[in-house]
Design a protein around this ligand. Structure first.
Ligand code: AMP
Length: 197
């Protein structure tokens, strides 16, 4: 099993590149942003709480997100592996993920970070907002809050995986094909190390 954490700030291309990864490696995509937006759009009581947080660019409480991840991992028992996209976003979530995977006799294989500077992120997110319809993609102060939440709460997750020798960063600037080629090289190398015997 190959479990990939695709990592990076909002707008770094995690979702787009996840599609390429699924096509090439056949992993199950688990995006906490997509799962939370589905709950938000359901209009449930929980969905309304989530809406307030997402629309302001703040993180949803760890326990709420962890519950969703747990359910979706359990639903995909036969998966060849997962792409965790947008998760873990705090070191608490990262430690929880290690424990949850260990219960299934699994672990994170690789954490792959897409490196994109803040100015490029702002431009990309505003551009995406024209088509995504997402409130959090259309307002500059909310976008800036998301980027700052990333630096303060999420970036430390890199050190968590770095300490485990699982962290690789690739340049996230370039054409989709160029970035995917860098991702593939990193994944192929990691697969050789982890899964060749
Ligand atoms: P994303 O689509 O990954 O950019 O996520 C959109 C929003 O969903 C974020 O700005 C957060 O409000 C929320 N969210 C997504 N994943 C998580 C997570 N792992 N922990 C907490 N909040 C999350």
């Amino acid at each position: 099993m190959f479990n990939l954490v695709i990592f990076g700030p909002p707008g770094s291309g995690k979702g787009t590149q996840s599609e390429n990864i699924i096509n090439k490696y056949g992993l199950v995509h688990l995006s906490t942003g997509d799962l939370l937006r589905a709950e938000k759009n359901s209009g449930s009581e929980l969905g309304n709480k989530i809406k307030e947080l997402i629309d302001n660019g703040n993180l949803v409480p760890d326990s709420m997100v962890e519950e969703m991840v747990k359910k979706n991992v359990a639903k995909n028992k036969d998966a060849a592996g997962f792409i965790f996209d947008g998760f873990p976003r705090t070191t608490t979530q990262a430690a929880w993920l290690d424990n949850m995977l260990a219960e299934h006799g699994q672990s994170v294989t690789l954490m792959l970070a897409l490196d994109v500077d803040d100015n490029e992120l702002r431009t990309r997110i505003l551009e995406r907002g024209k088509v995504s319809g997402r409130a959090d993609d259309q307002n500059v102060s909310i976008i800036d809050n998301r980027i700052s939440v990333y630096h303060q709460q999420t970036q430390p997750v890199m050190d968590f995986y770095s300490a485990q020798g699982k962290f690789v960063s690739v340049d996230g600037i370039g054409s989709l094909d160029e970035v995917f080629s860098r991702i593939s090289t990193a994944m192929d190398q990691s697969m050789l190390q982890c899964c060749s015997n």
